[in-house]
Write a protein that binds this ligand. Structure first.
Ligand code: MF3
Ligand code: CO
Length: 291
């Protein structure tokens, strides 16, 4: 039996186009990189146009929800109130908050303050105070498509160190983003982030990273920010993933809250910041789908 994928059969990506007019040239390039020993993406994580459009729409809701939150952040509100706003603003736009019930997560959004690295659980007992830095991590399901992005907020006047950490982590994400282009590597992005963080005296969290996203909340590959240029997965048009480094003012060590099983803290109590964007690899570079 000969298993021959014909040039004229419909493309595996379900675009409806003939293979030779769709992913054939991409597959040939991928095959070559694989031969040279590189890690290459599976078909599952390469999205077609219709899927990209669906994920783009989901991302627009994610952005709108974060824009709404940005306008309502102030000292004195509880993280429970942020959770309520995220739930209402997401559902009002026809979306579902992806965190709600995800592996048992009890709320619609993650809110992580100061020395909390990620996965802070909103609570009526947690009040935002002047001087706090807080990450609001929003994820949306819309028509079955997932989006994911997060921003940092400074509550009132924050210390110079905190403000710098927040701005530097944003800068790190943008430097990483500049590296995202087809036929580059995940490690190009990872190294750009890591180098910048180190130069500024920070540490990068190793064990929690980004991920493919779109058809599911968390897809392959795991996206690390301590990787080296020219290594890790090949970047191919149609891949969608998050850039979401967690960067600590002090050491890289972290621990998970014993009581709730979710919230991650810095071991040394230092501040931590994170920005998250969702990016698509395009034919000639990248497109940000959520920020
Ligand atoms: N939004 C987080 C991420 O960026 C994942 C949170 S999982 C949850 O990957 F269950 F805590 F919401
Ligand atoms: Co994410």
């Amino acid at each position: 039996m000969i298993r021959n994928i014909g040039r004229n059969v419909p493309c595996w990506c379900k675009s409806g186009k003939k293979y030779k007019n769709c992913h054939m040239w991409i597959d040939e390039k991928i095959k070559n990189y694989k031969k040279q020993g590189h890690i290459v993406p599976s078909r599952r994580i390469i999205k077609n146009e219709a899927q990209i459009q669906g994920i783009r729409e989901s991302g627009k809701i994610n952005i709108a929800v974060l824009d709404y939150i940005a306008e309502h952040m102030k000292s004195g509100i509880t993280t429970e109130e942020i959770d309520k706003m995220v739930y209402e603003q997401t559902t009002a736009r026809g979306g579902i908050p992806a965190p709600l019930g995800y592996e048992g997560f009890p709320k619609s959004v993650c809110t992580s303050i100061n020395n909390q690295v990620c996965h802070g659980i909103p609570s009526e007992h947690v009040v935002l105070e002047e001087g706090d830095i807080v990450n609001v991590d929003v994820s949306t399901i819309y028509n079955g498509y997932f989006s994911d992005s997060s921003r940092m907020f400074c509550i009132g006047q924050v210390s110079r160190e905190r403000k710098k950490l927040v701005e530097d982590v944003k800068k790190a994400v943008e430097l990483g983003l500049e590296q995202v282009k087809p036929w580059g590597f995940m490690g190009d992005m990872g190294q750009a982030i890591h180098d910048f963080a180190k130069e500024n005296g920070y540490s990068v969290v190793v064990d929690i990273g980004g991920h493919g996203v779109g058809l599911e909340f968390h897809e392959d590959p795991f996206v690390s920010y301590v990787t080296k240029k020219g290594t890790e997965m090949l970047l191919v048009p149609g891949m969608i993933f998050t850039i979401e480094p967690m960067i600590n003012g002090g050491g890289e060590e972290i621990y998970v809250d014993d009581d709730n099983g979710w919230t991650v803290y810095t071991e040394d109590d230092s501040d931590s910041a994170q920005w998250e964007i969702m990016v698509l690899v395009t034919l000639d570079g990248h497109e940000v789908l959520a920020y």
